[in-house]
Design a protein around this ligand. Structure first.
Ligand code: 13P
Length: 234
């Protein structure tokens, strides 16, 4: 299983350090899952972790360094040996208006640097209401320009209407979408969108779900540790 926590705009450096240290200690030698934590940029640092606890960045600009106010580049990530990035998250697409073109540029840049990329796709509510064919059409547009044969690619299906709303997609919906995506692209596929302690086991038990990308329910370290524990044998 791949279990990932996206901190989004939460936790200070101090809290992040405490979170990572505690989660790291909780991983035992029989925790086979790969665990990812994506802190905010201000809390990126060199953390001593076990091999299966990986720290990534929520975002970065496709540049080594330069004049891009407010952004960070690959030089800042190299400083902490960060080699994992989230790209295409719906909050960046919809709230921060990142275009597919800029997402593709970012993807190519970090792919060429060999980063592990968790690439997010997902449809808004008005598309979901039009049925599965429209959903798939929408998701395929988000894959345009993306080299899905890239060896270090992990995909995440995160329906926009399920993110941070407490409304999780139904097991049937997750199953249907994941089956179709997996048939098209043979890469690890995570589900994200209101995954929580009470539903993570059922979701992660689905054949074509390789893990979860979690926001809200992962920000409490004890809950996140429980989530890792519950899913470690799946
Ligand atoms: P929530 O778990 O808060 O719905 O967020 C999901 C998400 O966006 C993870 O990237």
């Amino acid at each position: 299983m791949i279990i990932a926590s996206n901190f989004k705009t939460n936790h200070t450096r101090k809290l992040t350090k405490d979170f990572i240290t505690t989660v790291n200690k909780s991983l035992t030698t029989n925790t086979k899952s790969e665990v990812y934590i994506f802190p905010s940029s201000t809390a990126l640092d060199t953390y001593e972790t076990q091999d299966n606890l990986i720290i990534g960045t929520q975002n970065a600009y496709p540049i080594q360094s330069g004049s891009f106010t407010g952004e960070i580049g690959s030089a800042q990530l190299d400083e902490f040996d960060i080699k994992t990035i989230l790209i295409g998250h719906s909050e960046r697409r919809h709230i921060l208006k990142e275009s597919q073109e800029s997402i593709v540029n970012k993807y190519k840049f970090y792919m060429n640097l060999g980063f592990t990329i968790i690439y997010c796709i997902g449809e808004p509510l008005k598309i979901k209401e039009q049925g599965i064919n429209k959903i798939l059409e929408y998701l395929y547009v988000q894959l345009e320009g993306i080299d899905t044969s890239y060896e270090n690619l992990i995909l995440a299906y995160e329906p926009v209407w399920a993110i941070g709303t407490g409304v999780t997609a139904t097991i049937e919906d997750i199953n249907n979408i994941h089956d179709v995506i997996k048939e098209k692209i043979d890469k690890p596929l995570l589900y994200g969108g209101s995954v929580k302690l009470s539903n993570v086991e059922e979701i992660c038990s689905l054949k074509n779900v390789d893990g979860a990308l979690i926001g809200t329910a992962s920000w409490n370290k004890d809950d996140f540790i429980k989530i890792i524990e519950i899913t470690k044998e799946l």
